[in-house]
Design a protein around this ligand. Structure first.
Ligand code: HEM
Length: 452
């Protein structure tokens, strides 16, 4: 059904759920709001009923539990924080929270601004009016995450990114392929072999970065080892009292997984927001006016970023209609009774954010329209009557650790673009959102830029 639905583009409509997840859309229509299905031997409950959703979200053990990672995803994301459990997760989470929140977050501003300035300079030098923005945003977000996490530049990280990007279509091909458990370890198909080659290549690029940092730290030649994420990971490895001790493999996995989650998602968010503003130009004008009021022609400051309220509304509305992560998943570890349901251990749970974000019963008859004004009173106002209605960053203890950083990065990039350009949709754009791990534009997003 997915192959068929994505074999042709769609009109420019924001009702993307039936196109991107036609199987779930049709099951919800046939079987109701909660569906149990099997992917091979693995049972999964898809939940969209608000009452059950609320109950599930209130059970802490379920909120903590992540499904076992399919072999192919494990290869792609490594065993990083997004998939780890128990003491290892707690330790990784604490370090990442420290890096991407509070005061530390302010330290990320200069690197973000610098990355965006480089992109804008490239645009100016190239002089062409039409740009494919998804590719552009992939570069800028890669640049930023390389600097913030590892103190390295995009050029250094480029080879890793290219290999990581090459892994995504391989994973997408295998996402819905079911195999007899264990067979994948013995019989490898061409996708497995290609994946292994790329994974080994990534490891070969990351190891020298770690070794170089270790040498600098030991020789006292490292000034940001205390603040960036790689520095924190290496420091934590030497903590002998810790309940979980990081191995070098853990650090490689964590680097890889942050390379992916740290830029793949933000670049997509920026792409969809740019598309929205190119189509809904009245909101582009409102956003530009706000940016000019707050910053004039100056670069964004952390105090000013918090005052960009219209931009918040635009970003939230885009995350609602085009959430980069289209589902949140959980695993039941011990038998749990919820209402008249008994959830057995090992059951996976999927909360399909895209479906919930586009549900008329929750958002009203205009659910499929781009209307940022619905967020004018903030997110809390929306979710208070509908828990689970808005989940672009997931929920509970495993909510996205980089959410604040992502929003700030997106606001900086958008503000700096709006200060310099007015933009509109190119006639070459073809609307084709697809799930390739994240929700992406299948043929990119072509935008016409006009310097102000
Ligand atoms: C627009 C940008 C982003 C979106 C839409 C997004 C979305 C998500 C979602 C849906 C989850 C799953 C949460 C859950 O299961 O409840 C998640 C987890 C996570 N995200 Fe993000 N993310 C974004 C940006 C980032 C960035 C920039 C970083 C890092 C710098 C990051 C790091 C992570 C990590 C490490 C986890 C796993 C957290 C855990 O399991 O404890 N994300 N993200």
């Amino acid at each position: 059904m997915i192959t068929e639905a994505t074999s042709f583009p769609m009109d420019i409509s924001h009702y993307t759920f039936p196109k991107v997840q036609p199987h779930i859309d049709s099951w919800l229509r046939i079987y109701g709001k909660n569906i149990l299905y099997w992917q091979g031997p693995q049972a999964e409950l898809i939940v969209t009923e608000p009452k059950l959703l609320k109950e599930i979200m209130s059970v802490r053990e379920i909120s903590m539990g992540k499904p076992d990672v399919p072999l192919i995803s494990n290869k792609i994301f490594g065993g990083g924080l997004a998939f780890s459990q128990g003491d290892k997760w707690a330790k990784q989470r604490k370090l990442a929270t420290h890096t991407f929140n509070g005061e530390q977050l302010k330290n990320t501003l200069p690197a973000t601004i610098e990355g965006v300035e480089m992109m804008l300079k490239r645009w100016k030098d190239a002089g062409t009016k039409e740009k494919e923005v998804y590719e552009e945003f992939l570069i800028v977000t890669s640049e930023v995450i390389s600097r913030i996490m590892f103190g390295s530049s995009y050029e250094e990280g480029k080879k890793i990114f290219q290999k990581q990007e090459a892994l995504i279509p391989l994973a997408a091909k295998k996402l819905y392929k079911t195999r007899i458990p264990g067979l994948g370890m013995i019989f490898k198909d061409k996708y497995d072999l290609e994946t292994e080659k790329l994974v080994d290549g990534i490891r070969d690029h990351i190891m020298p970065m770690i070794r170089e940092r270790e040498t600098k730290t030991t020789s006292g030649d490292e000034d940001n080892s205390k603040t960036d994420y790689l520095g924190l990971l290496l420091k934590a490895r030497d903590d002998i009292d810790a309940s979980y001790k990081f191995s070098i493999q853990d650090i490689i996995d964590e680097c890889r997984s942050f390379y992916i989650v740290g830029h793949g998602t933000v670049s997509i968010l920026l792409t969809w927001v740019t598309l929205m503003l190119a189509i809904h130009t009245e909101w582009q004008e409102k956003a530009r006016e706000e940016v000019q009021q707050v910053f004039g022609n100056q670069n964004p400051s952390s105090e000013g970023i918090a005052r960009l309220k219209k931009m918040d509304m635009i970003i939230n509305e885009t995350l609602r209609l085009y959430p980069p992560g289209i589902s949140t998943t959980r695993k039941v570890h011990k038998e749990t009774r919820l209402g008249n349901l008994v959830l057995p251990p090992n059951l996976n749970i999927q909360i399909p954010a895209l479906a919930l974000h586009q549900e008329r019963e929750i958002w009203g008859e205009d659910a499929h329209l781009f209307k940022p004004e619905r967020f004018s009173k903030g997110i809390a106002n929306i979710v208070k009557n509908n828990p689970g209605a808005f989940l672009p960053f997931g929920y509970g203890p495993r909510i996205c650790v980089g959410a604040n950083f992502a929003i700030i990065e997106a606001k900086i990039a958008l503000a700096m673009i709006l200060q310099r350009y007015r933009f509109s949709l190119s006639p070459n754009y073809v609307h084709a959102p697809v799930q390739r791990i994240t929700l992406r534009p299948n043929f990119g997003v072509q935008i016409m830029f006009q310097a102000l």
